[in-house]
Design a protein around this ligand. Sequence first.
Ligand code: C5P
Length: 422
Amino acid sequence: MSASLPDLSGRHVVLGVTGSIAAYKSALLVRLLKKAGAEVQVLMTPGAERFIPPLTLGTLSEKEVLTEIFPENEEGSWTKHVALGQWADLFVVAPATAQTIAKLAHGFCDSMLTATALSARCPLLVCPTMDRDMYRHAATQDNLERLREIGYAVMPAEHGELASGLVGKGRMPEPEAILERGAEMMGDEHKPAADRASDSDTFPLTDTEVLVTAGPTREPLDPVRVLTNPSTGTMGYALAEAAARRGASVTLVSGPTTLDPPPGSEVLHVQTAEEMNEAVQARRDTADYVFMAAAVADYTPADPSSTKRKKEDTDEDLALHLCRTPDILKTLGAYKRPDQVLIGFALETDDALENARHKLEEKNLDWIAVNNPTEEGAGFGPTNRVTLLRRNGPAEELPLMPKADLAKALLDRVLMSHQEQG
Ligand code: C5P
């Protein structure tokens, strides 16, 4: 392996190649991935074969390139796309044409590439590559936005001279840049599929629906002012990602955050507590596990103004009339199915355990994770220290750790207990 390349030994990369003149660059990408130590499976759309022969990519990757979802020999296995989706640690589509982007955004499944993308549980990276006006067309931009919403990473096209002779955005990023981004996306915590399987084998979440809420809510005072809180959404996003990695079908209801959508989750964006309530209650009947990690506002302005409130020309203070928001979790608790697991989060600055235990009972929860935001490293930052309380069970103090690790630790505990009972 070359010194300047990331170490991808043992990693499995699926590379989707679609019908663009830039497909020649994917040969270089395959070489780089292989040099970095990755195993590479190339999938081509039928259109891509007009630009670069499968023999080239097959030879470089040392694996037969796959195109059709149905095998030529009818007796062969047609579930290869599912196996590949499980095998992959990273799925890159480079170059990604407007056509394939549209198909991915809408769940089409008409080639080995699109079928495998639907089966994949790993991070997906799409590199849009097309002519300038196709790239900036509202339909393409909408489709790219949809891909981001459903958890795909999109690497923006580069500016430069295009095959048509036009100059603008539409070029495929250089293979080195794609390799770097892909390696980042796998990261240290994205272990090879073989190791990851051992996590999910112990506490898998296949055929399971997980609903997660995250982030703050924003309660409008008028069109330009809101009441909100400093929640970043990190805990909920980490939980959504960890659950999707174990095979769950995850819906993340998110208040406003600056985070990228976690891979493998459907993300529903909301602003207010009322909107979050609607989104959550609409899913409550089918959810098996609900992690209510959002910092939901308890109060909202009773009478938000439809025009910007003017500052009065007096020195008088302004009194706001606030009314209660719906308690989303309490409503879930009231309608809870016996086999449904509800997990709440509580920020407590005093009498933490007593208050949290009270909430656990009052809201009919199975678990509550409580933390004190005034403690060093706990609360709104990248790390947290929580005590996990279980209904009719003991409290467990977990050490200070990054929220991604905490998400895994919480899942392990909840799933272990549920599987013991189940
Ligand atoms: O009552 P408290 O706000 O401390 O309870 C915290 C838990 O309740 C969190 O899981 C939070 O997401 C949830 N909650 C809710 N609806 C509210 C307020 C809090 O679901 N209006």
